[in-house]
Every structure is written in C-alpha cells, then in structure tokens.
Ligand binder design. Structure first.
Ligand code: PMP
Length: 407
C-alpha cells in the first residue's frame, strides 16, 4: 500500500483551511458529510460555466455534452461498485431516496399481509422508517436483529429470525453511529437461503470499504455521494437487472416513459424508468470527480490510514476521566462514539466547537440504537483521510479540560 501524503491531500480541501472561534478547524463530522476536494468543486462550477443543458432529449452540442458527462458518472459508479452493467445504477438524491424507492416499488409489489421484513438494531432511521411505512400499508411485520454490548449484531438471533415469511432483509454495511462493520456477505447468503432479498445501506461504507456488489450478491445497494467526498443531493441505487425490470416505476413524469397517451403509458427501460424528471445533473457530473478522487488516492490506503487514526484516537481518549465508548468492536470504520458520565453530549460538542473541533452530538438518526444502550445520544468523532493525529490530540486535550472544568 502506498503511503499517503496527507498534507498534499489537505491542500485539495479548501474548507479545511480556516479558523473556527480563533482556532484551526479540526473537522471530525465526516460520517455526517465529508468535505469536498477542489476537483469536485471545479466539476460543479465547470458544468454550470461550460455546458449547463438538460440531458437526454437534446440534439444541440451542450445537451450532448451534459448527457455524456451525466452518463459517464453512471459508468464510473458501475466500476466503483463492480456492478455487472451500468443500467443497474440508478441516480437518486442519496441513500434515503434509494431505500424509499425500493420500499415503494419492490416492496409494494412483493410484500403481502403477514410477511416479515428484517432490519437491524444498528440502522439509521432511513433504513427503518420506509420499511415501517411499507409494513403498515401491507400488514407486514418488522423484525429486528439485536445489537450486542460491543456494538455488533447478534447473528444467532438473525438466523433464528429468518423464515419463509421473510421477504426483505435491510441492513447497513457499516454503522454511522458506532462504526461497526457488518459481515454483509454472510447476512446476504443466509437471507437468500431463506428466499428473501437483501438491501444493503452502504452510506457509511462507500468511503472506507471495498464494495463489490457481484461478490456480495446483494440485490440492492444504496449510497450517497456526499459521504465520500462528493456533492450533496445525489447518490445511487444499485439493483440487479432482473429485479429492477420487474419493479414498477417510482415516480411518474418525463424521461421515465416510452410512450404516453390518454389510453395508457408504457415505461422506459432501466435505469431511466426510475429517473423521472430533470435530475440533479450538476451534482451527478461532479460525483464522478469524487469517485476519481477516491480511486486515485486509493481506498485501501485511505482505509489503512483512517484505521490508524481510529486506533490512535481510541487509545488517547481512553485516558479521559469517566469516558464510556459506545461500540467497542474491533471491526469498525473510523467512527468513535462516546459519552462522558455526568456531562451532556451537547455541552461537550459546544465546548469542543469553541476550540475549533467539529464533532456531532445526539442520536445520529439511530434512536432505537441509543435506546439499546440506555442513552439519549453520544459524541461522535468520525475520521476522514484529511484528518491528522495532531487534530486528534487537540480533541483529546479539549476533552480533558472540559471534564476537569465541568466536574
Ligand atoms: N444510512 C446511513 C448508515 C447513514 O449514515 C446515512 C446518513 N447519515 C443515511 C443512511 C442517509 O443518507 P442520506 O441522508 O445521504 O440520504
């Protein structure tokens, strides 16, 4: 693995070079959204400055250029996820919309009264609520894989939940709140043996883990561009061709049709069947620059460096008085979640911000998981490739002072 030049990488991220409350910014909120490199920002303005036009229907030069750029991102994503065909990549607003799309189309068509949908106790609300809405509509039941004390899923329980009524299993590849990496390949295999299909929420995996949808054999895989150095407002759903073709459309409108008449409408082929209306062209175009950033930096090298940061931070933080780590699995992406006994997480977040250190506090859209640990929320520091040990030192020093001051 190549050694990364972190200072050179940092120079690619303009937002990092500023002071917050008179202190240099240490940005540790990467699980919420990562910062964007110059290449992404330039791709975005380059599109608007150079070839803004609506895609697919145009015959003029700009429309063709925009269409080419938009479709080039699809091909990039196909390679990024190792999908068999680029038509299996559907652009969405992000992970949330990707999951809602599957629940509203595949789910509505295939889930019946009495059926069961399995989610895990580690899920983000966006991988819970769409299934609850579906279950409510259909009279189906949600079953939950319990979370163990170390933040890993309880697989024995999972296997005992699977049965002939299980229609869908929806779990994340990595947890946004705790960082736990789930052995999704085994989860998928067991679900398939029971006759269920599997959706993997890859929002937190995309920046850190190798993703190979064919090797995983997952049926659906959902991602958001903004979680791996890309723009907000775009993401993708991977789906197996056979399933996508069999699914009804999500939204009706332009682009998703073949022929429209008042007697009836025929739908377009995949992926366009699921891309009604003018899409988020600019952000999709810039999404490609993010994929190229990750590819050229090298995901394995990034993951190795981030794992080093996580180990360093975990050890450093353990010396802080009354700290309790939430999620202690050794199998984690670079997320560090903790509480300090007797001090509210919001107060810690605010006092760290006063020192230029940006962390997230609260339930991280995983309230059932917080309930499981008997807490309202955590302080979460999540690391990206541009973070440094020096920044972590500042966070830990800050925490030590806060604890001393508050107690
Ligand atoms: N799932 C997980 C695990 C996430 O971390 C997030 C974002 N925090 C989402 C789903 C939702 O992603 P988005 O808000 O980009 O749609």
């Amino acid at each position: 693995l190549k050694t990364l030049d972190i200072e050179a990488i940092r120079r690619e991220f303009p937002v990092l070079h500023q002071e917050i409350n008179g202190k240099p910014l240490a940005y540790f909120d990467n699980a919420a959204t990562t910062q964007k490199p110059n290449a992404v920002i330039k791709a975005l303005s380059g599109y608007y400055e150079g070839y803004n036009a609506n895609i697919h229907r145009g015959i003029h030069t700009l429309a063709e250029k925009a269409t080419k750029a938009y479709e080039a991102t699809r091909v990039s994503l196909q390679a990024f996820l190792n999908a068999k065909e680029s038509e299996e990549i559907i652009f969405t607003k992000g992970t949330t919309e990707s999951i809602n799309l599957v629940a509203a189309t595949y789910g509505r068509k295939n889930v019946k009264q009495g059926d069961e949908i399995i989610v895990s106790g580690l899920e983000h609300h966006s991988n819970i609520v769409p299934w609850q809405m579906l279950a409510e509509e259909k009279g189906a039941t949600i079953k939950v894989i319990p979370v163990k004390e170390n933040g890993e899923l309880d697989y024995d329980q999972y296997f005992s939940l699977l049965n002939s009524k299980t229609k869908i299993v929806a779990v994340n590849h990595a947890s946004n709140s705790l960082g736990t990496i789930n052995p999704v390949k085994d989860i998928i295999k067991a679900a398939h043996d029971a006759g269920a299909i599997v959706l993997i929420d890859g929002a937190q995996a995309s920046a850190h883990l190798a993703i190979d949808v064919q090797e995983l054999d997952c049926d659906f895989y959902a991602i958001s561009a903004h979680k791996f150095y890309g723009p907000t407002g775009t993401g993708a759903l991977y789906g197996k061709r056979r399933l996508l073709e069999d699914m009804p459309p999500y939204q009706g409108g332009g682009e998703m049709i073949k022929d429209v008449s008042f007697e009836g409408t025929t739908y377009n082929d995949i992926p366009y069947k699921f891309e009604a209306g003018t899409p988020n062209i600019a952000d999709v175009v810039a999404f490609k620059a993010a994929i190229e950033f990750v590819n050229s930096t090298g995901k394995p090298a990034m993951a190795k460096y981030e794992a080093e940061l996580l180990k360093y931070a975990t050890e450093a933080i353990s010396s802080v008085k009354d700290i309790r780590l939430i999620g202690t699995s050794v199998n984690k992406v670079s997320v560090l979640s903790f509480v300090v006994e007797g001090i509210h997480h919001f107060d810690i977040g605010q006092m760290l911000d006063a020192r230029g250190v940006a962390v997230r506090t609260g339930h991280h859209c995983t309230q059932p998981l917080m309930d499981r640990f008997g807490i309202e929320g955590t302080v979460r520091a999540s690391f990206a490739v541009y973070n440094t040990k020096e920044e972590i030192n500042r966070m830990v020093e800050g925490l030590e002072r806060i604890v001393k001051f508050m107690k």
